[in-house]
Design a protein around this ligand. Structure first.
Ligand code: NAD
Length: 469
């Protein structure tokens, strides 16, 4: 087990330029991130190419054993990793936040290591025999965002490594330390050169996605960057898994019990202080229970403490960066100016040192208001009134993104019928955003394509080959 200081010093480069990373809760320095360039990227790709064949040759058993040891290593350093994640990303140690994220990294890595993907006999009729196999793709580039920096990295690298690939990771420039630290811990159990982090800017991501030696890009981030990656990867016909932006709708049916669902609604919307791709971002509530849902949700939200992530009392933190704070502020201001009713929050203290935006609930808001129509990616939830189910479904489906959605009702058959009418990659019933390492996850429309997790996730990191005969 390492101390926090040895973990931090292990990722701070002695050579080359660095950039000071600041804690979004306090503005104080967290550490120095190396500034890697395209030259470093080229070296990492050379190292990955040299190591990958021997890793592939280990077979599923050998690779699984190494990855299980890496999961153990994450657990041994869990508290130090969580401390760093909290300081850099801002999310509290407590609640479904930093310790939860580090714990989930170990869980997801173990599932990626142990999920079975057998060759499939597709036809065997006495005359024709065809088998579908999944071979290593080769070199994979993993480009990630700043909201769940460690967990999303594991979502990308776990199945990639398991399937026999080498990986070059390009973390968000907002949260490089968390990813560097996580990978340095994982690398205690992996061969040198197999898994490398290049802590550079957008130009490094762009080069990674056009590089001829990279055969697949796993990308999680905004829809705009996803479109740029489609273009830059086109010249080499790379495989892509794109987990992009969302603006998830939830529909509460008239028979739901507002008090019983208020806590789950809250966490569905405000987990990670709303900085979650598949979080509830637009809540459609039937007229009959609209006022009761507003009241119960406000009571739950008002009681959730927000503040410095290192304080064990807090379960909500700051926005990770000022740019995101400004987006949330602009959208809530537009809602207020339209005459919508603020139930809670909406009044940030602009003079405080951190990027704290208060938990905000906005009622009686039009569906075309920017707070509803745009991805706010922060702690602000618009609550829209509906009177007919067709109207609610039409509004839920009215955007060009479709990552997650939810339907809330004690009548599961009725809820499932509504779920089937919604255009989203996942529709949860009576919860929102509950991902599971065995259950496939991916977006529809401009929320991206390709599935992660479980057997489908392994297939996405393998190169299908048919042996016919
Ligand atoms: P972003 O698109 O700004 O950046 C993501 C990564 O892409 C960063 O590492 C960045 O350096 C890199 N990048 C930027 N330009 C690039 C280019 N031209 N080529 C290659 N790489 C480039 O996203 P963000 O602001 O860090 O993350 C927030 C967004 O991510 C939100 O829209 C959110 O919904 C989405 N997200 C989606 C999921 C999902 O599973 N669908 C999960 C988390 C976040």
């Amino acid at each position: 087990m390492e101390t926090y200081d040895t973990l931090l010093s292990s990722i701070t480069s002695a050579e080359g330029p660095t950039r000071t990373i600041l804690n979004p809760a306090t503005g104080e320095p967290v550490g120095e991130a190396p500034v890697h360039t395209v030259e470093h990227l080229n070296q990492a790709i050379e190292g990955a190419a040299a190591t990958q064949p021997a890793w592939a040759a280990l077979g599923h058993k050998g690779r699984s054993e190494a990855l299980l040891k890496a999961a153990d290593a994450i657990e041994r350093s869990a508290e130090e990793l969580a401390q760093l994640l909290s300081r850099e990303q801002g999310k509290p140690l407590n609640g479904p936040n930093a310790r939860f994220e580090v714990g989930a990294c170990a869980t997801w890595l173990r599932v990626a290591a142990t999920t079975v993907l057998e060759p499939e006999t597709v036809v065997d009729d006495g005359q024709t025999r065809a088998e579908l196999h999944y071979k290593p793709i080769g070199l994979v580039g993993a480009i990630g965002p700043w909201n769940w920096p460690m967990l999303i990295t594991v979502w990308q690298i776990g199945p990639a490594l398991r399937m026999g690939n080498a990986v070059v990771v390009k973390p968000s420039e907002y949260t490089p330390l968390s990813v560097l630290a996580l990978i340095s811990v994982i690398n205690q159990e992996l061969p040198d050169g197999l898994l490398t982090v290049i802590s550079g800017g957008r130009e490094v991501g762009a080069r990674l996605s056009e590089h001829p030696a990279i055969s697949k890009i796993m990308f999680t981030g905004s829809t705009a960057t996803g479109k740029a990656i489609i273009k830059s990867s086109a010249g080499t016909v790379k495989r892509l898994t794109l987990e992009l932006g969302g603006n998830d709708a939830g529909i509460i049916l008239p028979d739901a019990d507002p008090k019983a669902i208020a806590q789950d609604l809250f966490w569905g919307a405000f987990i990670n202080t709303g900085q979650t791709c598949a979080a509830l971002k637009r809540l459609y509530v039937h007229d009959d229970i609209y006022d009761a849902v507003c009241e119960e949700l406000t009571a739950v939200a008002a009681a959730m403490p927000m503040g410095n992530g290192l304080d064990e009392n807090n379960v909500l933190g700051p926005l990770q960066n000022k740019a995101q704070f400004d987006i949330v502020d602009r959208l809530v201001t537009s809602a207020k100016e339209s005459g919508a009713r603020v139930l809670l929050g909406g009044n940030p203290d602009y003079d405080q040192p951190g990027n704290f935006y208060p938990t905000t609930l906005v009622a009686d808001i039009d569906n075309d208001n920017p707070l509803v129509a745009e991805e706010q990616f922060g702690p602000a939830l618009p609550i829209i009134r509906y009177s007919s189910l067709d109207e609610a479904v039409e509004k839920a489906n009215g955007l060009d993104v479709g990552l997650g959605a939810s339907v809330w009702s004690p009548n599961l058959d009725a809820a499932r019928e509504v779920a089937a009418r919604i255009d989203a990659g996942t529709v949860w019933i009576n919860s929102h955003g509950m991902v599971n390492p065995l259950i496939p996850f991916g977006g529809s429309k401009q929320s991206g394509y390709g599935l992660e997790f479980g057997v489908e996730g392994l297939k996405a990191l393998g190169l299908p080959q048919v042996i016919n005969g």
